[in-house]
Design a protein around this ligand. Structure first.
Ligand code: EPU
Length: 430
């Protein structure tokens, strides 16, 4: 298993290109199941999750190629992918696949809508919480699906096709919104989704669906109106920039000091995170083609209270990174996690570097310390792992991060991007 070694204490200076968003690329790839025509996606990040999902989709019969060539092991940074689901050859998404990547559960709605039946493994829990799928199932039932659970699988049928329906989600769910939105595009008649997720990745998928011929109103708002169509067509779509990667590098430069331009980043996608960053005393400015983040000499100010919320609130996917930053603030910060019940696995690892964090229920109280010291730490999930990278960049001495495959799932060329800005970071393969 690969490890990453970081010697901390160096500022970051230069430019970092922001990749296409993982959490948009994955559902966009799944949207290819809705049409027998070709869906072309540009700016797809080269990530383990993208490659795994491409393999999963291939099982269903989705042919894919990269920039005119057959997909292969060659790196395809920010590449153009072509997906064609001319014939769906298998409507089952097996446990071995779905348990490795939760987002593959989102094939449920599209396969059901296109094929009238599907069998998709329940994904199970994960490192950040129990993560039930009741909202996905409720939404699809409202579109007329008959659903049973058998042997750990969701068995969904709609022999006469899905019908438009009205869905009001009790809780904001990104995945349930993707699933039901995609299914509703091929249902007969009008569907209305209330309390839909407003995350930019949902908007990006909806924009792509419109290019494929779907009729969707209210994109970017909590109420989506969908007029179902008999079929969708092929389209070409460019994946939007990754707001979580943007926020992560912004937090990293806040942590180390320095001056970085995040190329291709879009400020409206990360307002809440940047506002939090400004509260810590960091300067954030919009520049042509990106966002500039700098902290030169000033101390990191604590944040008295911040809580994660659905978009446009502070994202749960940046909670761990913010926590890493304020471990060295001059005072006490409190961070409340409201989206996932167990997203604090990084706390014990940050403590290994010398952080002073108390957990009480859903709230972490972080007392700023004068210094962190390098140690061996373990990555537990994607965002927790990158919080350890940020802490290691601040720490004195060397930190070794084990189990970095989590990072490879969601950060494209992380070491290269940081190293070219002055970080001392290397991957040890083995
Ligand atoms: N929830 C339910 N029932 C459901 C679905 C969700 O109770 O049927 C709950 C979840 O347990 C959670 C909350 O609703 O407490 C929000 O979950 P959501 O469904 O929005 O999460 P998700 O769609 O599974 C996506 C991202 C996550 C991100 C969350 C929240 C992708 C591939 N995943 O997950 O990203 O944290 O939205 O914004 O888009 C990551 O990239 O590291 C990651 C975990």
């Amino acid at each position: 298993m690969d490890r990453i070694k970081i010697s901390g204490g160096r500022p970051l200076n230069g430019t970092i290109p922001i990749s296409g968003a993982k959490n948009a690329a994955l559902p966009l790839m799944i949207a290819s199941l809705l049409t027998s025509d070709q869906l072309t996606l540009k700016n797809v990040p080269n990530l383990a999750d993208v490659n795994l999902l491409a393999r999963i989709l291939r099982n269903h019969g989705v042919d894919h190629s990269v920039d005119g060539k057959r997909a292969g092991p060659t790196p395809h940074l920010g590449e153009t992918f072509h997906f064609t689901a001319r014939d769906i050859v298998d409507t089952t998404a097996p446990y071995e696949m779905v348990s490795r990547m939760r987002a593959s559960f989102w094939v449920l709605g599209p396969l059901l809508a296109r094929m009238g039946e599907t069998r998709v493994s329940l994904p199970g829990g994960c490192a950040i919480g129990t993560r039930p799928v009741d909202l996905h199932l409720m939404g699809l039932k409202a579109l007329g699906a008959e659903i049973d659970i058998d042997g750990g699988y969701v068995m969904a049928r709609a022999p006469n096709g899905l019908k438009g329906g009205r869905i009001t989600f009790a809780k904001v769910s990104v995945g349930a919104t993707h699933n039901v939105l995609m299914a509703a595009c091929l249902a007969k008649g009008e569907s209305v989704i209330e309390n839909a997720a407003c995350e930019p990745e949902v908007g990006d998928v909806a924009e792509c669906l419109v290019k494929m011929g779907a009729r969707i109103e209210g994109i970017g708002t909590p109420t989506l109106r969908i007029e179902g169509r008999d079929r969708l067509e092929g389209a070409t779509h460019t994946v939007l920039p990754d707001r979580i990667e943007t926020g992560t590098f912004a937090f990293a430069v806040a942590a180390t000091g320095g001056d970085i331009v995040l190329e291709g980043a879009r400020k409206p996608l990360v307002e809440a995170a940047l506002a939090a960053l400004e509260r810590t005393g960091v300067s954030v400015t919009e520049v042509e083609g990106g966002i500039r983040v700098s902290r030169n000499g000033s101390a990191i100010e604590p944040i008295d209270r911040i809580e994660t919320q659905p978009f446009p609130g502070f994202p749960t996917d940046l909670q761990a990174q913010l926590m890493a930053l304020v471990t060295m603030a001059r005072g006490t910060s409190t961070i409340r996690e409201t989206i996932f019940e167990n997203r604090f696995m990084h706390v014990q690892e940050l403590a290994r570097l010398g952080a002073d964090i108390q957990l009480q229920g859903d709230t972490a109280t972080v007392r700023g310390v004068k210094r962190l010291r390098g140690a061996q730490v373990m990555a537990t999930d994607l965002r927790a792992s990158v919080s350890l990278v940020i802490a290691a960049l601040m720490a004195e001495g060397e930190t070794t991060i084990n189990r970095v495959y989590h990072l490879d799932r969601g950060f494209e060329r992380l070491e290269a991007k940081l190293a070219r800005c002055g970080a001392q970071i290397e991957r040890v393969t083995g």
